[in-house]
Design a protein around this ligand. Structure first.
Ligand code: F0G
Length: 470
């Protein structure tokens, strides 16, 4: 009686799956409320997913910011908080981790990313300056504008085309930058605002070749390069995967090289660094450091905590190490890609190639019957919540805000809904459920009518604006 039994599912089906490099030690229950309750909650929130109560959400893909699951080592680190007002031991651990992995000389801690954006913008931008960058980010650009600067988009054209499969859609177009230098003069450009990966373009990376070439051009004119390092670990994964000569180099080594072509960075540690709150600014120029360190005591807290508690800084120092482990980052980007592949296979229009932290649904194409002033992306995010309690985020005309000169809506080419994947929080089964929900909303796309804005705050309107159904 000999029956051939395959030893593994893999042998039976000829497939080899990958799995997350962690197991779950603690769980947090989630539930889906009824369709009627979701309709009520959505209306009460003015069809703005930022205004929903978290308890009314089933799978929360609003953001990957501050939503990561910390490791057992990070939780253990919380117990080692040195809560001294000045000179906390944990600050020196944090400083050491940043210096070791990012290579910058001087560190200023902040409560989160925008605290650091505020400091660097006020420290180096003068009224009338221009700040070129590889696509805007909401808070980054606002701080540059509040400091008297004007942001100029110098990302390659491919980034504005959701279907274009350029491997490094976050790259700076050096001709666009050269044109700006020729037009306004290098003395009016304090720095290039370089983000890796580019959030608003779909989590798209910058190549090592591009940052090297950018360094050369900037050196010719004495222009600094400051890096938004918020998702730089993810950026580095794409360099390892796609750029010649990096396949065998560890993530940490590639990161260090990339940063060496820049003059400093600001960080929202709530993303790559696997903590729920925190941020920092790091620079090589002592004068800029001096200015930022002086301002931090006005706006954030003493220069050895900057708005974080000692335990926050300890968890962050450990998170930096973990964020650069090759198996971590492969699984992180791999999970995002798994969701993207399901949607792509079903013909649902998303930004290609799939980026590091999120899937971006192309609302302009899905709702091609809705003009941009009916807020197609805002509508799509609302419909997804109504269908299945999944919370996503608008990244289109609402996020783009108004032109400070003319007061008109800015109409960005990209009208997207972001399904942002928190790190180490959801399993592949949650990705399956999400993909099926998106498919259901997509199949029902012809019935969507759009929204009307009925309340609009002055700054960063997407956070608090309210809408009514048309
Ligand atoms: N830079 C980038 C690229 C970001 O994505 C964010 C935040 C910030 C800076 C600001 O950092 O939130 O810590 O003050 N992005 C969040 C998001 C809000 O959902 O994408 P922060």
């Amino acid at each position: 009686m000999s029956k051939k039994i395959p030893q593994t599912m893999g042998q039976q089906f000829g497939r080899r799956s990958w799995a997350e490099p962690w197991k779950i030690k603690m769980v947090e229950p989630i539930r889906m409320i009824s369709a009627e309750a979701r309709a009520e909650a959505a209306a009460e929130a003015g069809y703005n997913t930022f205004l929903l109560k978290s308890e009314d959400v089933y799978i929360d893909l609003l953001t990957d910011s501050g939503t990561s699951a910390m490791s057992d080592r990070q939780w253990a680190g919380l117990m080692l908080g040195d809560e001294a007002y000045a000179g906390s031991r944990n600050f020196y651990h944090l400083e050491h981790a940043i210096q070791t992995h990012y290579g910058y000389k001087y560190i200023v801690p902040t409560h989160q990313g925008r605290g650091a954006e505020h400091l660097i913008s006020q420290a180096v931008i003068k009224k009338g300056d221009f700040i070129p960058g590889n696509m805007y980010f909401t808070t980054t650009r606002l701080h540059q504008e509040l400091a008297g600067g004007t942001f100029v988009d110098v990302i390659i054209d491919e980034a504005h085309d959701p279907a274009n499969r350029h491997p490094f859609k976050g790259n700076v177009d050096l001709d666009k930058l050269q044109n700006l230098i020729d037009k306004v003069g290098a003395e009016k450009i304090p720095y290039v605002s370089l983000a890796g990966t580019v959030n608003m373009a779909g989590g798209q990376p910058v190549s090592m070749a591009n940052v090297k070439a950018l360094r050369q051009l900037c050196d010719k004119y004495g222009i600094k390069i400051y890096l938004d390092a918020t998702r730089m670990a993810e950026n580095v994964f794409f360099i390892q995967e796609r750029e010649d000569g990096y396949a065998d180099k560890p993530i940490a080594e590639i990161l260090f090289e990339f940063c060496s072509y820049t003059d400093g960075a600001w960080m929202s540690a709530k993303k790559d660094h696997l903590v729920n709150i925190g941020g920092w600014l790091a620079v090589n120029d002592h004068d800029v450091f001096d200015a930022a360190r002086n301002m931090v005591v006005v706006y954030e807290g003493l220069h050895t905590y900057g708005g974080m508690s000692g335990r926050d800084m300890e968890a962050l120092a450990i998170g930096i190490e973990e964020s650069l482990q090759d198996d971590h980052i492969r699984a992180r980007v791999g999970q995002v890609r798994y969701l993207g592949d399901l949607l792509t296979d079903w013909g649902i229009p998303i930004v290609q190639p799939v980026g590091g932290h999120a899937i971006f649904l192309n609302a302009k194409e899905i709702y091609d019957h809705l003009p941009q002033d009916k807020f197609p992306a805002q509508t799509l995010a609302a419909e997804l919540y109504l269908d299945s309690g999944i919370r996503a985020m608008e990244r289109g005309v609402v996020s783009a805000g108004r032109d400070p000169e003319t007061g008109d809506h800015r109409y960005p080419k990209l009208e997207l809904v972001r399904l942002t994947i928190p790190r180490r929080v959801y399993t592949q089964a949650h990705m399956d459920v999400t993909a099926e929900a998106v498919k259901a909303v997509y199949d029902n796309r012809h019935n969507a009518r759009g929204l009307k804005m009925v309340y609009e705050p002055k700054y960063l309107r997407f956070f608090q604006a309210r809408f009514e159904k048309l």
